[in-house]
Design a protein around this ligand. Structure first.
Ligand code: GLU
Length: 261
């Protein structure tokens, strides 16, 4: 990746934002916000797609596991989204950055008028220098109106804001040629030029312990974004500072090229 990127969508999953208890990983979120604020200061336009509402809400409400029944999940999302935005607002505020919450459902992008409204809102927020923080509206998005996972949502957001790059931060270094949880000799695939059936199959085999979608939805998101000319990187969010290296064009994680490179 040599190109200079300006508008960057960064997606972070629950496994990056929360401890296994479900409670917020304060140190990691702090480092993520510091890095994103600094990148914004450097001239990038950052759009953050953040998961964590249900997981953090469940942690806050004292559930040991993620609830499976829908109304309880809705309640957890409502509580967790609040904590999430409160945290982002405070932390970004320390660096004089303003965040805005944008909650979306499938309806937002499928219905032409509301899609246009969303595009206009993003464009206005970005021109005001605000960092939009996006999540699915899990309190009201049930079945037929839900995206189901934030990987898909992040690719849609990348399309709506006409991003130059999509970065998916997760709890694994990228796409491997074998399942790294099972095979010790599994090797990271640094660059994917074309998403072939073989790549889709590799994604299908890799299991993720925590997040919703695992590798399948990440590769699908990459497929969707690269088809629109938006290169996509899957990288480990454990050290959020790696975003500097990704944007400097260093070989980090797995990069899905979008044709022209
Ligand atoms: N929207 C969900 C949440 O905030 C997460 C979905 C996902 O992890 O992909 O909890």
């Amino acid at each position: 990746m040599k190109k200079q990127y300006k508008r960057v969508v960064v997606k972070v999953g629950t496994s990056t934002l929360a401890h296994s208890t479900g409670r917020l990983n304060i140190r990691r979120v702090g480092r993520l916000v510091e890095t994103l604020s600094d990148l914004q200061n450097e001239g990038y336009e950052i759009v953050l797609v953040s998961s964590g509402a249900i997981g953090i809400g469940a942690g806050k409400l004292g559930f040991r596991e993620r609830p499976t029944d829908i109304p309880t999940r809705q309640a957890c999302a409502a509580v967790g989204q609040c904590e999430l935005m409160y945290t982002y607002d405070r932390l970004f505020g320390q660096y004089n950055h303003t965040v805005a919450q944008v909650l979306m459902t499938r309806h937002t992008v499928e219905e032409p008028q509301s899609r246009e409204n969303a595009i206009n809102a993003f464009s206005s927020l970005l021109s005001l220098g605000v960092i939009p923080v996006i999540n699915e509206n899990d309190t009201v998005a049930i079945e037929e109106v839900e995206f189901g996972d934030n990987d898909t949502l992040s690719a849609i957001v990348a399309e709506l804001v006409e991003a130059d790059l999509l970065i998916l931060l997760t709890d694994i270094d990228g796409l491997y040629d074998k399942d790294p949880h099972e095979a010790e000799d599994a090797k990271l695939i640094p660059v994917v030029k074309w998403i072939t059936d073989e790549i889709r199959m590799l994604a299908g085999r890799a299991k993720s312990k925590m997040g919703t979608g695992g590798m399948v939805t990440k590769v699908q998101a990459a497929e969707r974004a690269t088809a629109l000319g938006i290169p996509t990187v899957i990288a480990n969010g454990r050290e959020p500072e790696i975003l500097y290296d990704v944007l400097a064009g260093k070989s980090i994680g797995t990069v899905f090229l979008a044709g022209e490179e």
